[in-house]
Ligand binder design. Sequence first.
Ligand SMILES: *[C@@H]1O[C@H](CO)[C@@H](O)[C@H](O)[C@H]1NC(C)=O
Ligand SMILES: *[C@@H]1O[C@H](CO)[C@@H](O)[C@H](O)[C@H]1NC(C)=O
Ligand SMILES: *[C@@H]1O[C@H](CO)[C@@H](O)[C@H](O)[C@H]1NC(C)=O
Length: 297
Amino acid sequence: MAPSSALLLPLRLPALALAALLLCCAGCTSADSPPASLIAVAARDVEGGIVSEGDALYLPNVTACRDACASAPGCNLWIYCAAADGCMGSPGDYQRDLRKYRQCWLKYDKPTNRSAWPRSKGTKDQYTGWISGTTAAGVRDGSLPDVGYTRCYCSSSYIQNGYKFKGVCAKSSSGYGVSCYLEGSCNNPPQNGEDWCPSVQQCTTILDTDLDGKVLNDGDNTYVNSPEECCGRCTQTEWCNAWTWCSDPNGCNGGELFRFRQCWLKNADPTNPQPKGGYGNSTGWISGLRMAWMPKD
Ligand SMILES: *[C@@H]1O[C@H](CO)[C@@H](O)[C@H](O)[C@H]1NC(C)=O
Ligand SMILES: *[C@@H]1O[C@H](CO)[C@@H](O)[C@H](O)[C@H]1NC(C)=O
Ligand SMILES: *[C@@H]1O[C@H](CO)[C@@H](O)[C@H](O)[C@H]1NC(C)=O
């Protein structure tokens, strides 16, 4: 384990800086970037014109929803409820609707760089249960990075004792809540240079992928209902910057039923993720990096 005396104050990365960082990977020595088709964002319900109603489209898994979008004329956004305890019906709801479980909504929205795209429905720190992705090419996340209560952005990179963190909030060094270092450009930075992070994190997810890393928890005995909840556990866990959740009720690791809903918390290099067995080869596992949306190519 890492020395526990060290302060851990990881950070949050503006989406554009992140995009630049990841794009550079095409020319550097890190592992291949994940294919755009595998990338989605947890705890996000994206806005758009409805191409197909989720009330009428229940699919067994998230990749099936993505594929449905890819083959539906006019669709460039998909939204899937992978949360076993259901998803929010509309912004501002306080309760999940179990009937939403496995609904797949297909939508269209015009990509624009005039405003945030894909546009998010609901508030930033709302546990929606939904996971969203796009089939549009060349997308950079237009959404703003999460801000703390003082509305300062967290800074973009941080290395503590050799462990890298990119764009993440993490367990506060003071032991209370979740915090991050602030960017120097904040107008009124708090005295200690920390800020509180939103309770809900919109984590980048990579479908059908089991990211490698130093395991930080007893994943065999950690069960949560949704990818965003697994990401939330990661936020609350010292050194965690990557996580893996089994989304498939038919089990993961080739059908091990008991794996469904398992949440593994890990420490990895978020700039150079190493998928076990390759991206897209670990059917049913959803892995997340503690970063915002990654660019499409
Ligand atoms: C996902 O759903 C599709 C379409 O129903 C199916 O062919 C595929 O086997 C499913 N994948 C998993 C991991 O269950
Ligand atoms: C969109 O971005 C491109 C490249 O960054 C820029 O050239 C163009 O002017 C932008 N368009 C709008 C409407 O902001
Ligand atoms: C992923 O699976 C494909 C098809 O089974 C296989 O050809 C490929 O070698 C796998 N990738 C890795 C990195 O194992």
